[in-house]
Design a binder for this molecule. Structure first.
Ligand code: PLP
Length: 367
C-alpha cells in the first residue's frame, strides 16, 4: 500500500507510540491528589508545556480537547459570545458547522488561488456600528494546502479590534513556527495530523483579555473549568511527542511534490491553488472530465490511498466547497488530494506517478 493521505491522518510516529504506551501504564487520574494521580498530572502538564510553548502560547491557556473539531467548536462557542462571525468560505466543516445558530454570520470570499480577499475582509471589519467581529480563517487549507496571507489578516484584525481564530490543524508541524507565533487570538490543532494518535487536540488562547469563557461541557471542572471530562492522557502525551518529533525532523517535501506535480501536469492535470503559497506536502490535482470518485477508486484498486474533494465521514465524495469557492467550476468534482506523510519516500512518489499515468491512459479511453 502507498499511503499519500496525510491530511486525513498521518501514520503514527514511533516516538508517539512509545510515549503513549508509557502513559497508558500510568494508573492515576490527573485530577486525583494521591501519588498515582500526581504522576499522571505531571505527564499531562509536561505535554501541555511542550505544546503551548512550541506554538507561542502560555501553558495556562492551552486547553486539551478530543481533536481539531472540538477545539474549533470550543473556540467559537466559548469565545464568540456577543460577536458576529466572519468565516472564510474554504474553512473546514469543523468550523463551518460550528458557528452558533443565532449568531450573525458573514462568509468571506477567496480569490481564484484560494486566498482570502483582503479587500472584502477589511470591508466587513470596517462596517460602522456592527458588533465586534470573530474572524475564523484557517492557516492552511486541508484540500489544497493553500496558506492565507496571515500577517495581513492579523494586521487587519488587530486594527479593527476583531478576535482572530485560526484553524491550524493542517499547519502545525508543517510550517515554520515563526509563521504561527503571534498570529492568533485562538488556535485549534490536532495530534493525528502530525503523526500523533487520534483523540487529542488543543485550543490555545493568546489574547487573554477575554473576561468570559463559556465551556461546551463542564463536568468535573477539568482544564480549569473550560473543558470537563478526564483528559485522554496517552493520546495527549503522544500528541506532544509527535509535535516535538515533527519540529526536530522537518521533512523536505517540496522536491518530492515538485516531481509529482510535474508528472501530473504533463498528463493534463490542473494543480489547484498552484499560484498561492502552499503547504509543502499537499497537492490537489484536477483531471478535466474525470470524476474524482472514479479516480479515487481506480487508485485504491492499485494500492494508492489518496482523498477526493471533501470526502465526508460516510465516505461519500461530494463536490468540493473549497474548489467551488475558488471558482473552479466542473473541476471541483474532478480533483483528488495527494498529501505526503512524514515517512513518505521517493519510491512512494514513483509508485504514484506510474499508477496515475496508467489511470489517465485508461480514463481517456473510458471516461
Ligand atoms: N480542521 C481542519 C483544517 C482539518 O483538516 C480537520 C480534519 O481533517 C479538522 C479541522 C478536524 O480535526 P480532527 O479530525 O482532529 O477533529
Amino acid at each position: 500500500m502507498t499511503y499519500l493521505d496525510a491530511n486525513a491522518t498521518e501514520p503514527l510516529r514511533p516516538c508517539a507510540a512509545e510515549a503513549m504506551t508509557e502513559a497508558a501504564c500510568i494508573v492515576g487520574n490527573p485530577s486525583s491528589i494521591h501519588t498515582a494521580g500526581r504522576a499522571a498530572r505531571a505527564l499531562l502538564e509536561n505535554a501541555r508545556e511542550t505544546i503551548a510553548r512550541a506554538l507561542g502560547a502560555d501553558p495556562l491557556n492551552c486547553i486539551f480537547t478530543s481533536g481539531g473539531t472540538e477545539a474549533n467548536a470550543l473556540a467559537l462557542h466559548a469565545l464568540g459570545v456577543g460577536r458576529r462571525f466572519l468565516v472564510g468560505r474554504t474553512e473546514h466543516d469543523a468550523v463551518r458547522q460550528s458557528v452558533p445558530t443565532q449568531a450573525p454570520l458573514e462568509w468571506l470570499d477567496v480569490d481564484q488561488n484560494g486566498q482570502i480577499r483582503l479587500d472584502l475582509l477589511e470591508q466587513s471589519l470596517a462596517q460602522p456600528g456592527a458588533l465586534p467581529a470573530f474572524v475564523c480563517l484557517m492557516f492552511a487549507n486541508n484540500e489544497t494546502g493553500v496558506l492565507h496571507p496571515m500577517a495581513e489578516i492579523v494586521r487587519l484584525c488587530r486594527h479593527y479590534g476583531a478576535h482572530l481564530h485560526v484553524d491550524a490543524v493542517q499547519a502545525v508541524g508543517r510550517v515554520e513556527l515563526s509563521l504561527l507565533e503571534q498570529h492568533f487570538d485562538s488556535l485549534a490543532c490536532s495530534g493525528h495530523k502530525i503523526g500523533g494518535p487520534k483523540g487529542a487536540g488543543a485550543l490555545l488562547i493568546q489574547n487573554t483579555t477575554h473576561t468570559s469563557f463559556t465551556p461546551l461541557f463542564v463536568g468535573g471542572g477539568q482544564e480549569q473549568g473550560r473543558r470537563g471530562g478526564t483528559p485522554a492522557l496517552p493520546s495527549i502525551v503522544g500528541f506532544a511527542a509527535a509535535l516535538q518529533d515533527a519540529l526536530q525532523h522537518p521533512v523536505a517535501y517540496e522536491s518530492l511534490r515538485h516531481r509529482l506535480e510535474q508528472a501530473a501536469r504533463s498528463l493534463g492535470a490542473v494543480i489547484c491553488g498552484e499560484k498561492a503559497p502552499r503547504l509543502g506536502n499537499t497537492s490537489c490535482l484536477a483531471l478535466p472530465g474525470q470524476k474524482a470518485q472514479t479516480q479515487l477508486m481506480r487508485l485504491d484498486l492499485e494500492g494508492i490511498c489518496v482523498s477526493a474533494g471533501s470526502a465526508c465521514s460516510s465516505g461519500k465524495v461530494t463536490i468540493s466547497h473549497v474548489l467551488e469557492a475558488m471558482g473552479l467550476g466542473d473541476l471541483a468534482g474532478q480533483a483528488i488530494r495527494v498529501s505526503l506523510p512524514w515517512n513518505v519516500t521517493e519510491a512512494d512518489i514513483e509508485q504514484f506517478i506510474q499508477t496515475y499515468t496508467r489511470l489517465v491512459a485508461i480514463s481517456t479511453k473510458t471516461p
